[in-house]
Design a protein around this ligand. Sequence first.
Ligand SMILES: [Zn+2]
Length: 92
Amino acid sequence: MRPIIKANLPARCIDCGRLIYPDMRWQVGHIVSVAAATRAGWTVAQMNDPSNLGPTHAKAPGQRACNQIAGGKLGAAISNAKRAAKARSFNW
Ligand SMILES: [Zn+2]
């Protein structure tokens, strides 16, 4: 079964920051990559939390798949993971 996700398009791509228009293909991606989140000690539940998911350009003719371009993202992902982990700790 495929989950049906409705996005308000145009939406901002979590990977390249450019807009995703209604005629473009997109998919749900991790804002902090699974690899970076694993290194930062996140649980699977934290990685797949809606707050870590967002729309990203999917592969299509004439369009690159943003989340399949890993190079250069790693450093930012690690610092984002640290920042996100900090934001996730609540003092109840
Ligand atoms: Zn993109």
